[in-house]
Design a protein around this ligand. Structure first.
Ligand code: ADP
Ligand code: MG
Length: 215
């Protein structure tokens, strides 16, 4: 039940590869960080895994999730959750509605509000259910955004510089909390960042250019 990247490279059409062939396996419950400078191809790599690679690029190699080759699976069927640094909540929806929005379609009617409210209970933010995103703090929004991502029950989490919009104290707290949530979800997580302070204590981290990254 892991994410496997085998000999994965990405290049602009008629251009050089963005990075040397990447080989990595991320088992469930583990967060692996790829660290590299701005422009080295981190977001493009996550786009590739999620199935949103822009038309200027091509990739080669294999992406496997839970023994299924993702290459031919359309983006909306990959069950991949992505969290960006400025993950925006819908401003016109309350917090619980934002969470309910992410629930799988199989959850119907009143159960949607129950499940959203339960998720808020779990993160001790029940009091925010009827607040709107602009009425809550940046740290609270960040927690709601991660919770929303996990409510969709993804099989893989991708984090793109998830802490860079938060101030320093908040970052440390939020980072610890994110690690706990992802471990509980027991899915593989790949994080990309340019900032070494984002790396969870004791977790695996590969530094650009990610060569010899057999793992
Ligand atoms: P990072 O996330 O590591 O900062 P990106 O993956 O965003 O890097 O970008 C990798 C390279 O691809 C950069 O040189 C960037 O300018 C270029 N790039 C990113 N997106 C596009 C695009 N849609 N079209 C063409 N070039 C792009
Ligand atoms: Mg980026």
């Amino acid at each position: 039940m892991s994410l496997c990247l085998e000999n994965l490279t990405i290049h602009k059409i008629n251009g050089d590869p963005l990075f040397p062939a990447l080989n990595i396996t991320v088992p469930p419950g583990e967060i692996v960080t790829l660290m590299g400078p701005s422009g080295c191809g981190k977001s493009t790599l996550l786009d590739t895994i999620a199935g949103h690679l822009s038309a200027e690029f091509r990739y080669s190699g294999a992406i496997t999730l839970h023994d299924i080759k993702l290459d031919s699976v359309p983006a909306h069927k990959r069950e991949v959750g992505i969290l960006f640094q400025d993950d925006l909540l819908f401003p016109h929806l309350s917090v619980w509605e934002n969470l309910a929005f992410a629930l799988p379609d199989s959850v119907k009617g009143a159960e949607r509000q129950q499940r959203a409210t339960q998720a808020l209970n779990n993160i001790n933010l029940t009091k925010l259910a009827y607040s709107y995103p602009e009425q809550i703090s940046g740290g609270q929004r960040a927690r709601i955004a991660l919770t929303r991502m996990l409510l969709a029950e993804p099989k893989l989490a991708l984090l793109d510089e998830p802490y860079s919009k938060l101030d320093k104290d908040l970052r440390v707290q939020f980072r610890t909390w994110v690690v706990e949530q992802l471990k509980q979800a027991n899915i593989p997580t790949l994080m990309v960042t340019h900032d070494e302070t984002d790396v969870a204590y004791g977790s695996r981290c590969l530094t650009w250019p990610w060569e010899n990254s057999h793992a």
